[in-house]
Ligand binder design. Structure first.
Ligand code: SF4
Length: 224
């Protein structure tokens, strides 16, 4: 269903302060984004942020690419899925080194949006959402990653159909949300999903986009 994302963005921006958002979306470096999204898969920012900061302060990406995966595995263990995440990170860094003689994603700046997306999703451990995060936050491209919070909110407000896949919703967002809104709206919807439109007991009574929401149960949650 069509939604006025300009109004939704304006209302959410009056409620949430984007400065509260920390890693991973706010990081600006493409490789930081890539390593950050892998570390944060199935983990929380609270666990991932200190580990990411430790890695950044301890190793350059060149050094990291030469590390034995078992060493990285020990460091990132609190993030969960450490054996596969450590292997993936090091495999990608080594591939970049082999292909470009340096550990960098800068060559993607010369790619079209589609080619850059296809390159990233060809890497092990990088799916459509992760690729969109890297391109949006690492390269400033107008992508719209749909995470679990955004997916839930977009279904409840009626933009996405209940059974629509997350990747389909992401494709629709990329087509239908104006580029100028994508960056902020992405972050605002994550904040909205975390703070107000929670998975259970959403706080519909204090929802800034109550009037824009088509969720049939919203009136049952006016007092939560
Ligand atoms: S009214 Fe309730 S369900 Fe709808 S967006 Fe707001 S919090 Fe979510």
């Amino acid at each position: 269903m069509k939604k006025d994302f300009k109004i939704i963005t304006r209302k959410l921006a009056k409620t949430y302060d984007l400065r509260e958002m920390d890693f991973p979306p706010l990081i600006r470096d493409p490789l930081d984004s890539l390593v950050g999204v892998i570390l944060s898969q199935n983990s929380t920012d609270k666990v991932t942020i200190p580990i990411f900061r430790f890695l950044k302060s301890s190793y350059s990406y060149e050094e990291l690419s030469r590390l034995n995966p078992s060493v990285l595995e020990k460091i990132i263990r609190p993030c969960g899925l450490a054996p596969s995440k450590s292997k993936r990170i090091i495999k990608i860094l080594r591939k970049l080194k082999q292909e470009n003689e340096k550990v960098s994603l800068d060559f993607l700046k010369d790619y079209s949006k589609e080619d850059a997306f296809n390159y990233l999703t060809s890497l092990e451990g990088i799916g459509p959402k992760s690729a969109a995060v890297i391109l949006s936050f690492g390269f400033g491209q107008p992508f719209f990653p749909v995470d679990t919070h955004i997916y839930r909110v977009l279904k409840r407000i009626g933009f996405a159909k209940e059974k629509e896949s997350r990747i389909k919703v992401q494709e629709n967002c990329e087509k239908l949300i104006p580029d100028s809104l994508k960056h902020d709206l992405h972050l605002l919807l994550i904040m909205h999903g975390r703070k107000t439109c929670k998975p259970s007991n959403p706080r519909c009574g204090s929802c800034p986009i109550f009037n824009e929401c088509n969720w049939k149960f919203k009136k049952k949650f006016l007092t939560t």
